[in-house]
Design a protein around this ligand. Structure first.
Ligand SMILES: [Zn+2]
Length: 726
């Protein structure tokens, strides 16, 4: 498009859009008292670039987003580049803006179609003209040099402890707020859930003086200065978040500020503290690359739910091919894109569809988004969740993930990623088709835990005395527990304890230093136990790669440790100590509580090895701690399926994500491999069910209701199915 035709287009843009594009946000009785973003179900983002003011077709974009029936669109306002004629000094106007007000046009086109407009900002970089005028705004290396952007070195990193965050960005927000009817502000890339960086600018040096010195540049929770800096960093994030949220609301109390988070399982910043401040959590978890499992998106949803507890979570999904390497301007494989969007929805997040560049030369992604979003909109009532239906809680051990194995990850012995423990347990939960929620350790309290039959703890090595006490009380009150490896061995900052803080609950005490990593160790079956059902014709099971030697208070031995012995050469491969009295697992019952404790890292070893016995052992242990009563829901049939169940405004929704695919653990998904009918049992109590619809296949489902339980068979699941039970 040349400049003349775009001016013509702009002139034509005052005409109202066709009626079919007008989409208003549906209000249900539950929603009227809630802010717009609290009831939002779909959103989109066109992330335009500095050159786009020359060519972008504003009305075509408005029509596209309206055709997806999104509630809100994110539009680039400013920060690094202003897409409107800003008057704020050092707020760099797009060099291609001319006399245009692209942001204003985009906001108007969005609002005319009945959608909310969110100003998408970037607070992380500014131009060298700002660096010269305000050197104090910028991050510095220890030698005082500024930090240029890696790929665009004419931009420099701003420091969040500087007045750039408390004066310059607020000036920009206020200018936008005064000129445009925006409904929210969003900052790209900040604060993130990753490790706090360390800067040496004047503001930061003043902070270090108060803390008693400069913190180490790398994450190191054993360092007292790092501990102080970590909380100071968190405090600044929360202070800035609150400041910006207040500014967003100055014109309209219904407005809101939302920062950018994500990281999936792997977070270092305390997302629970952020979740207490945030009204809206955006997970910037846009896709996967290489040898990563497809379910990372669902995991992101679970982490975010554990801190937002029902409040709005969005998940940005790249329609472009974001991987390593990254292609910003071609579409992601449609099947991969669809399954990522499906996971966002299944896990209770609001899908946020994201394209980069105002004048795409690849349009393949458009149809994928339109199909999926139109289907969502047509069935919206079934995606309005009230609460998750699950009887198992998985502790999300934030500080263990953040601090525990990071220092060791660079030094032998390599212990792997800090999330390997949780991934291993997750895989067993997935394979066993359990329904479960994540509970963030910062939200551990008895009222929360009592909703669940059992708490599963994948190596929460770093736990406070208070957190341990809650777990102890939960078990004393009849709750069941599964825990692994070094759970409760250290304080919340990693100070070692002489014994597990939960030794009394586990029925096991530390009896020596951790051993490992060592392959070729075993667990010997010493007696029959429900957890060992199915392990016939073997006396040995694979052992954990790392273990804490333990002793018990005269518990019968069920699984004993066979210590590691050489794997090479074959002549040397025989056990030097074939039998010990050291427990490889402890299964005990106290009142109605069942406690399973594995002193080895069976979860992590399961994940890293892919060993089927270890997954089965974990699944058996989960079944055992869950208790004899039938689970609230069961879905039996072939395939690898992740389950989510929600109580919705209409009834219930049971979500089935079909991961049965050769690309399950290595992207991208090329096509789907449908799984056959699944037998479902779902406990609905006294509720009378009148109708079950399979929303993806559009079929009515025959069902039987007896004794508070419905049973039915689902049709084939291609990529995703949602059973709407009303
Ligand atoms: Zn600084």
């Amino acid at each position: 498009m040349n400049r003349r035709s775009f001016l013509l287009l702009t002139a034509a843009s005052v005409v109202a859009p066709p009626v079919e594009f007008i989409h208003t946000i549906a209000a249900t009785p539950d929603d009227r008292s809630k802010a717009w973003y609290a009831v939002m179900r779909r959103c989109g983002q066109i992330n335009y670039n500095e050159r786009d003011p020359l060519d972008i077709n504003v009305e075509a974009w408005g029509d596209y987003w309206a055709s997806l029936k999104v509630d809100a669109v994110l539009l680039n306002g400013g920060g690094i580049v202003a897409f409107y004629p800003t008057q704020v000094p050092y707020h760099h106007r797009s060099q291609f803006l001319g006399t245009r007000d692209l942001f204003g046009e985009m906001v108007a086109a969005t609002k005319r179609r009945g959608m909310r407009a969110v100003a998408r900002m970037d607070c992380n970089y500014a131009y060298d003209e700002a660096l010269k005028a305000h050197p104090e705004w910028f991050e510095r290396n220890a030698d005082g040099s500024p930090r240029p952007h890696r790929e665009s070195p004419w931009l420099f990193t701003t420091c969040m402890f500087s007045t750039y965050f408390t004066e310059q960005m607020p000036a920009i927000y206020r200018e936008i707020n005064s000129r445009y009817p925006v409904d929210a502000f969003f900052t790209n890339g900040w604060p993130s859930a990753g490790a706090p960086g360390v800067c040496y600018c004047q503001s930061c040096r003043e902070l270090f003086e108060k803390l008693g010195g400069a913190p180490p540049a790398e994450t190191d929770a054993s360092n007292p200065l790092y501990r102080k800096y970590y909380q100071a960093h968190m405090n600044r994030v929360l202070e800035v978040w609150r400041l910006w949220d207040g500014i967003a609301r100055e014109k309209n109390p219904e407005s809101v500020y939302v920062g950018n988070l994500g990281g999936g399982l792997d977070t270092v910043k305390d997302v629970q503290q952020i979740g207490q401040t945030a009204q809206w959590f955006n997970a910037d978890h846009q896709g996967r690359s290489g040898d990563t499992p497809i379910w990372l998106c669902a995991q992101q949803g679970r982490v975010a739910q554990s801190v937002m507890q029902g409040r709005t979570i969005t998940n940005a999904t790249a329609a472009y091919s974001n991987a390593q390497p990254n292609w910003r301007h071609v579409s992601k494989a449609p099947a991969e894109l669809r399954l990522w969007l499906a996971q966002s929805v299944a896990s209770g997040m609001v899908p946020w569809f994201h394209w980069l560049g105002g004048s795409p030369e690849d349009s393949r992604w458009r149809e994928v988004g339109r199909d999926f979003f139109a289907w969502l909109a047509a069935n919206e009532a079934h995606f309005r969740n009230r609460r998750s239906v699950a009887e198992l809680a998985v502790l999300y051990p934030q500080r263990t993930v953040a601090f525990y194995s990071r220092p060791d990850a660079r030094r032998p012995p390599y212990r792997g990623a800090p999330t390997d423990y949780l991934q291993g347990l997750y895989y067993a939960l997935l394979e066993g088709r359990f329904l479960f929620d994540f509970v963030h350790e910062g939200n551990l309290d008895l009222a929360t835990l009592r909703k669940y039959r059992a708490l599963l703890v994948p190596n929460a090595a770093y736990l406070s005395d208070g957190q341990c006490q809650i777990i102890r009380q939960y078990v004393a009150g009849g709750g069941s527990l599964l825990a692994t490896f070094e759970t409760s061995r250290y304080s919340e900052w990693g100070d070692p304890r002489s014994d597990f803080q939960l030794a009394d609950v586990f029925g096991a005490h530390v009896n020596g230093e951790m051993i490992g990593p060592q392959g070729n160790s075993y667990a010997r079956i010493e007696r029959k136990h429900p957890v060992l059902n199915g392990f016939d014709n073997t006396a040995l099971l694979p052992g954990a790669e790392n273990r804490v030697p333990v002793r018990t208070d005269s518990m019968p031995l069920t699984l004993s440790v066979v210590p590691a012995y050489p794997t090479f050469p074959p002549e040397m491969v025989y056990p030097r100590t074939p039998r010990t009295s050291e427990p490889a697992a402890i299964f005990r019952e106290a009142g109605s509580s069942r406690i399973a404790f594995f002193p080895g890292d069976v979860d992590r070893t399961c994940w890293r090895s892919g060993n089927t016995d270890l997954s089965q052992l974990l699944q058996n242990a989960i079944h055992w701690v869950q208790g004899a009563e039938a689970p609230i829901a069961s879905v039996n049939g072939d395939g690898v399926i992740e389950l989510f169940a929600w109580e919705t405004e209409r009834g219930y929704a049971l979500h089935l994500l079909n991961y049965t695919n050769p690309n399950m653990t290595r992207g991208y998904v090329r096509r789907f491999y449908p799984v056959g009918p699944q037998q479902v049992r779902f406990r609905v109590g006294g509720r009378r069910i009148t109708n079950i619809q399979a929303l993806r296949s559009g079929r009515s489902i025959q069902f039987l209701q007896e004794a508070g339980t419905i049973s039915f068979e689902t049709p084939t699941v291609e990529d995703y199915e949602v059973l709407a039970i009303v």
